[in-house]
Design a protein around this ligand. Structure first.
Ligand code: AHR
Length: 487
């Protein structure tokens, strides 16, 4: 039995843990988000209305943009002004295609406005100058008169925008410049100096953090530059095989690959623990956030697509991976303040897939949907049954509990392929109301949604839960996620 004790609330689960990432990569920005005002696809100011409606429904709190690797080759001045006058460039990282720059700073903030989401911009350290980064921040945030504020106004935007989060470089250990940790740490100190706060609102500065288990990177960054940063990023992708040359298929896999994927995604817990422990040494008050600004599954690309576009299908396995990561982020939310799944539309572990005017919600989308009640809630450290580790029910079951607005939200995932997980929860009070009881399940491990069958994997109401006083019981079948919210 899982026991929820009164007062077992330990820390807040920042809604930004449910953040998204949209890069100029393949069909994420172009086609996925931006179709242009003249498109026959319904749009508002060039942004797809169906995509906005779907993303608003899962309460997207913020969107990281413009990359990724793209960020360290992005020159923002090419993406402002009348569209016809914008110069083009080549997207060297992702397929070598022409970047039209039709989607730039103004379009990004229009997207955020439509989504009611916050900004998280990644600045260019790899191939950009300090002055270029400084000018972008001035262009976006300075009220009043200055060369950059005047330029913004000439392009039709009188008021500055809010820029709560700014990343100084991306993967500076790799595509962002192949720097050593000390080289980057010194660059970070220099560049961040000119990420100036012009308005009342502070800008939360995020330094490029480690890849996977590169603990030395974290150590050097924290010892050299912690006092200049608000957040340190972490990137970790789940590959079924663990091999970048042959990652594994998104839809054609057997039981072994399922279990390997689940085991590899659980490595996130070790990464959070060990990077946090290093951060604790330098920052015992947990002022600096650990920002997991790229995570998710990465498979071999969908056959027949441009391999540089990183397109992949998304099955119930991806939904389970998402839920397990949410659970780990919740537990570590005292340090983990934001995460950004890669990526929002049409790329890697996407929420949405598009094909011309058609749109499909993936199983991962529905996992995000099932967890919206955890946004900004208090993490509740519910006690597991004797013999189980915290957060676990037997071998394949996992739970996470939060509290908000006088109600508890309990999510339980069965990451196994056979057998039920029995959830048996003791609450600190009598259950009087069931606000929500939903289940996301699938007929097989490879079940997914297609444009012709968009609702194959979709949550439905959970039948058969039992309440007796303060006791709640329900069953979670293999490869399923259940969320029950009770007051
Ligand atoms: O998300 C795809 C790519 O993965 C990003 O551009 C890069 O930062 C990472 O290597």
């Amino acid at each position: 039995m899982i026991t929820i004790a009164e007062g077992a609330r330990t820390h807040r689960i920042d809604r930004r843990i449910y953040g998204q990432f949209a890069e100029h990569l393949g069909r994420c920005v172009y086609e996925g988000l931006w179709v242009g005002e003249d498109s026959p696809i319904a749009n508002r100011h060039g942004i797809r209305s169906d995509v906005v409606a779907a993303l608003r429904a899962i309460k997207v709190p913020l969107v990281r943009w413009p990359g990724g690797c793209f960020a360290d080759e992005y020159h923002w001045q090419r993406g402002i002004g009348p569209e016809a006058e914008r110069s083009t460039s080549i997207n060297t990282h992702w397929g070598g295609v022409v970047e039209t720059n039709a989607f730039g700073t103004h379009e990004y903030f229009e997207l955020l406005h439509q989504l009611d989401a916050e900004a998280y911009i990644s600045g260019n350290v790899g191939s950009g100058t300090v002055a270029e980064m400084r000018d972008w921040v001035e262009y976006i945030t300075l009220d009043g008169t200055s060369p950059m504020a005047d330029l913004r106004k000439r392009h039709g935007r009188e008021q500055p925008w809010r820029l709560p989060f700014f990343g100084v470089g991306n993967e500076s250990w790799g595509c962002g410049g192949h720097m050593t940790p000390l080289h980057y740490a010194n660059h970070y100190r220099q560049y961040q100096t000119y990420v100036r706060r012009y308005g009342e609102l502070p800008i939360y500065k995020i330094a490029c953090g480690p890849n996977d288990d590169d603990y030395e990177w974290t150590e050097v960054l924290m010892s050299t530059a912690a006092r200049f940063m608000d957040g340190l990023s972490l990137h970790y992708y789940t590959l079924p095989s663990g091999n970048w040359d042959a990652k594994g298929s998104a839809t054609d896999f057997g039981d072994d690959e399922w279990h390997a994927t689940i085991a590899r995604t659980r490595k996130m817990a070790t990464l959070l623990e060990r990077h946090s422990a290093i951060m604790d040494k330098h920052d015992p008050d947990k002022r600096v956030g650990l920002i997991v600004d790229e995570w998710g599954t990465w498979y071999d690309p969908t056959p027949g697509t441009n391999p540089g576009f990183l397109e992949q299908q998304n099955t119930i396995r991806d939904a389970v991976v998402a839920a397990l990561n949410f659970n780990m982020f919740h537990r570590h939310a005292g340090r983990v303040r934001m995460t950004n799944i890669a990526q929002m539309v049409n790329v890697l572990q996407a929420m949405l897939l598009t094909d011309g005017p058609r749109l499909v919600r993936t199983p991962t989308y529905w996992a995000f949907d099932l967890y919206t009640d955890h946004h900004d809630a208090w993490f509740v450290d519910a006690r597991p049954a004797p013999g189980d580790a915290p957060g676990r029910i037997g071998t394949h079951g996992e739970y996470t509990v939060s509290w908000r607005d006088d109600a508890y939200t309990i999510s339980v995932t069965n990451a196994g392929l056979d057998g039920d997980v029995k959830a048996d929860v003791e609450l600190p009070q009598r259950v009087t109301t069931v606000h929500r009881a939903r289940i996301l399940s699938a007929d097989s491990a490879t079940s997914h949604n297609t444009f012709d069958a968009p609702d194959t994997v979709r949550p439905v109401d959970l039948d058969g839960y039992q309440i007796e006083g303060s006791r709640l019981r329900f069953t979670v079948p293999a490869r399923s996620i259940v969320t029950v919210r009770v007051g």
